[in-house]
Design a protein around this ligand. Structure first.
Ligand code: FAD
Ligand code: NAI
Length: 472
């Protein structure tokens, strides 16, 4: 006799575990199946985000930033550091501890919310009376509703599989045991810039090869330009418009043949290569075909605006469906689906999902870019304010970048906010709230912001929309 559940969630990443908790809060009997194994073979809830994504990358970004500050910036504060040394092993150990705290935290949340957890692979067996039969490792469950949250995997270059020794995905990139002398990255997207920054700060000579001729094409051009200037200054070498050819790994390292933007043949020799050219939706082993679950040409599960698949009672959320591959997007979809199952009106506003790149300077944005507004012929006003003119940024010693507001020319409604600079990841929240409430730039300009704080740059950029900054 199989165990019966109201809701079965397949995948325990940010999409799946949050969906499971919300469904349990709403009174459903919930199972969550996740197959991720920690180094000892035990469960490691939290998916890509917790194990090999958001959390460990931010832990290493923090550690490497401390190292760079101690080596390069403490002196200007009158702090002398003698005999600075680096223990990569300890850095990785701390990162692993941070990951484990998060794994355990989710296990605790499952117990607290009475979500039944199954460690193993989840796979559809067949449609059953009033729902679906689903394998959870060796056990068989039946669920009235199934939420698929199986995430994504790193995309490899055609014919160049990851060996996680020399040719690394995000997984291997977070486990390099010693600083490589020369590090290559293919793809100057989010992972390329974050992981490139980590290893550059720790002393690697980093070269990033990017196929597109423009740097960070999805980011507001003015902001991307400012960020590129900062990365160039830091010595992060980014080559745009390249065509990668043969990639050969040997005991000595990796050799990458490529054509540069002028079409000239080049070779890059590195000790390690990180391939960060995007991610592919993951439905491996799910038996999607067996139950007729529809996938698109990219392998993503086809869903409507409410995350309904083509099968009644089957939903899909997060990286395995369309839309940005972001943890908070997956979480929002998880909550919304659980609420829809309960007959409520869960909603995700795709126009106000913030993006953050955790480099230094950080890059964060919400809403439309200036190039998008131009492309759709929108009448808009822009206002910018540089951190150079912000007292708190000067005190921090971190004055790179700016806040930029884009507002409707007629109504002053905020259409987009773009930040490159210190703590952009935190500052962007104010813009998200403002846009959710359909605020105008003037609304932000009239709000009292604490002094001295970086958030004053946000207020000033809003004032700049009306050409009336006070401190610039
Ligand atoms: P996942 O987190 O991928 O979780 C899916 C889970 O399902 C996994 O545990 C997997 O083992 C399990 N699973 C899959 N198939 C089965 C099956 N058949 N049976 C049982 N279990 C199964 N996003 C951000 O918002 N901010 C960041 O700072 C950020 N940093 C990142 C850094 C890196 C290096 C990477 C790679 C990604 C980063 N992301 C970040 C993206 C973020 O990790 C993903 O968007 C997010 O994890 C997607 O959540 P998900 O629940 O859809 O899938
Ligand atoms: P990405 O989509 O951000 O960047 C991939 C880059 O590789 C693009 O610039 C693309 O033009 C380039 N590229 C593709 N094929 C190429 C080729 N053959 N040669 C050279 N360049 C090539 O993907 P990335 O960095 O792998 O990250 C995957 C996803 O993970 C992100 O899109 C994001 O959704 C998520 N993520 C989010 C983070 C955050 O929120 N801070 C951090 C890291 C990842």
């Amino acid at each position: 006799m199989s165990q019966q559940f109201d809701v079965i969630v397949i995948g325990g990443g940010p999409g799946g575990y949050i969906a499971a908790i919300r469904a349990a809060q709403l009174g459903f009997k919930v199972a969550c199946i996740d197959e991720w194994k920690n180094a000892k073979g035990g469960p490691a809830l939290g998916g890509t985000c917790t194990n090999v994504g958001c959390i460990p990358s931010k832990a290493l970004l923090q550690s490497s930033e401390h190292y760079e500050h101690a080596g390069k910036h403490f002196a200007e504060h009158g702090i002398e550091v003698k005999g600075l040394s680096l223990d990569v092993g300890q850095m990785l150990k701390r990162k692993d501890q941070v990951v484990e705290q998060n794994n355990k935290g989710i296990e605790f949340l499952f117990k607290k919310n009475k979500v039944t957890f199954f460690h193993g692979r989840g796979a559809f067996v067949k449609a059953a009376e009033g729902g679906y039969e689903v394998k959870a490792g060796d056990e068989t469950l039946t669920g009235k509703q199934v939420i698929v949250a199986t995430g994504s995997n790193a995309r490899a270059l055609p014919g160049v599989p990851f060996d996680e020794e020399n040719i690394l995905s995000n997984d291997g990139a977070l486990r390099v045991g010693a600083v490589p002398k020369k590090l290559g990255l293919i793809g100057s997207g989010v992972i390329g810039l974050e992981m490139g920054s980590v290893w550059r700060r720790l002393g690697a000579e980093v070269t990033v090869l990017e196929a597109l001729p423009t740097f960070l094409g999805a980011v507001d051009e003015q902001i991307a330009k400012e960020a590129k200037k900062a990365f160039d200054k830091q010595g992060l070498k980014i080559e745009l418009g390249v065509k990668v050819g043969e990639v050969k790994a040997s005991k000595k390292g990796v050799s990458i043949a490529y054509a540069n933007a002028k079409g000239e043949a080049q070779t890059l020799e590195v000790d390690k290569l990180i391939v960060s050219i995007g991610r592919v939706p993951n439905t491996i082993g799910l038996n999607a075909e067996g139950v007729g679950l529809q996938l698109d040409e990219r392998g993503a599960i086809v869903v409507d605006g409410d995350c309904r698949t083509n099968l009644p009672g089957v939903w899909a959320i997060g990286d395995v469906v369309r839309g940005p591959m972001l943890a908070h997007k997956a979480e929002e979809e998880g909550v919304a689906v659980a609420e829809r199952i309960a007959g409520q009106h869960g909603h995700v506003n795709f126009n106000t999902i913030p993006w953050v790149i955790y480099t230094s300077p950080e890059i964060a944005w919400v809403g439309e870019t200036e190039q998008q507004l131009k492309a759709r012929g929108a009448a808009y006003k822009a206002g910018t304010f540089p951190f150079m003119a912000n007292g708190r940024a000067r005190a921090l010693g971190d004055t790179t970048g700016m806040v930029k507001f884009l507002a409707d020319a007629a109504t002053d409604e905020i259409l987009g906010v773009h930040i490159v600079g210190p703590m952009a990841s935190e500052l962007i929240s104010e813009a998200v709230v403002a846009m959710e409430f359909k605020a105008s730039a003037e609304d932000i300009a009239r709000i009292c912001h604490a002094h001295p704080s970086l958030s004053e740059a946000t207020k000033e950029a809003a004032l700049a929309v009306d050409k009336r900054t006070l401190n610039f």
